[in-house]
Design a protein around this ligand. Structure first.
Ligand SMILES: [Zn+2]
Length: 92
């Protein structure tokens, strides 16, 4: 691993060249909050449109992941009512 050290070369062009791995990635603006973001780091299912799951949810009023979950739930005839959550006695 010690061979990885970069030595300054005299014939190398001055570091005006753009690093490919860092700068070539296009950064779209989030449709909702107008911030630039990295699509790869977006938590939204529509990661080319929204910067995060929250912006997707806030703009659409629902999330694509939520829609998928709803469609799956429809296949079971009627969504079984969840058993009432046991309320902690000391809640009030
Ligand atoms: Zn956003």
């Amino acid at each position: 691993m010690s061979t990885m050290t970069e030595e300054p070369r005299d014939d190398a062009p001055v570091a005006l060249t753009v690093r490919q791995d860092a700068e070539i990635v296009p950064m779209p603006r989030c449709t909702r909050c107008q911030l630039k973001y990295l699509p790869a780091r977006s938590t939204s299912a529509l990661r080319l449109t929204y910067c995060s799951f929250l912006c997707e949810l806030g703009d659409l009023g629902f999330s694509m992941v939520g829609l998928e979950t709803m469609e799956r739930a429809k296949k079971t005839d009627t969504p079984a009512a969840e058993p009432p959550a046991p309320e902690p006695a000391g809640a009030r």
